[in-house]
Design a protein around this ligand. Structure first.
Ligand code: IDP
Ligand code: MG
Length: 146
């Protein structure tokens, strides 16, 4: 039998610069790191999540003890949402942002530089190609993607 070849990989991921990154004035430096790492910005907007949007976006975590805190934090101020393109976008972007908890994030990662703690951790990055597509469509219509 032939080995199964994965043709499902896409070159896009989805990110949010979270409320702490905006509050702390880190958005310019974070966007600069993203561009310098070779990502193209396909879509970007400055917006604010409603409680219903944050609950839906993080529905996978609804049973976790931090869910209420997470929704409150993600709706506490504006965010910057973006669709990014690059070869191996999902994996490369997860490597660029670093571990969820900045105490565990590698040197040179966005969370190492700019996250406050495990909850207020500056950036979101999709964890799979499938979620990247779902999350991108959640925030952008096709006429907003370039
Ligand atoms: P990720 O953002 O690195 O993919 P997830 O485990 O998917 O991490 O969690 C989603 C978000 O929920 C995190 O980025 C962080 O903002 C928040 N979060 C995760 N774990 C905790 C926790 O233990 N306490 C508070 N907030 C958390
Ligand atoms: Mg995640």
């Amino acid at each position: 039998m032939h080995p199964k070849i994965d043709t499902m990989t896409t070159n896009r991921t989805f990110t949010m610069l979270k409320p702490d990154a905006i509050e702390n004035g880190h958005m310019g430096k974070i966007i600069d790191m993203i561009i310098n790492a070779g990502f193209q910005i396909k879509a970007m907007k400055y917006t604010k999540l409603s409680v219903a949007q944050a609950q839906e976006f993080y529905a996978v975590h609804s049973e976790r003890p931090f869910y209420g805190e997470l929704v409150e934090y993600m709706t506490s101020g504006p965010i910057i949402a973006a669709i990014l393109e690059k070869e191996n976008a999902v994996t490369d972007f997860r490597n660029l942002i670093g571990a969820t908890d900045p105490a565990e994030a590698a040197e040179g990662t966005i969370r190492k530089y700019y996250a406050e703690n495990k909850g207020r951790n500056a950036v979101h990055g999709s964890d799979s190609d499938e979620n990247a597509a779902i999350e991108g469509e959640f925030h952008f219509s096709s006429s907003e993607i370039f």
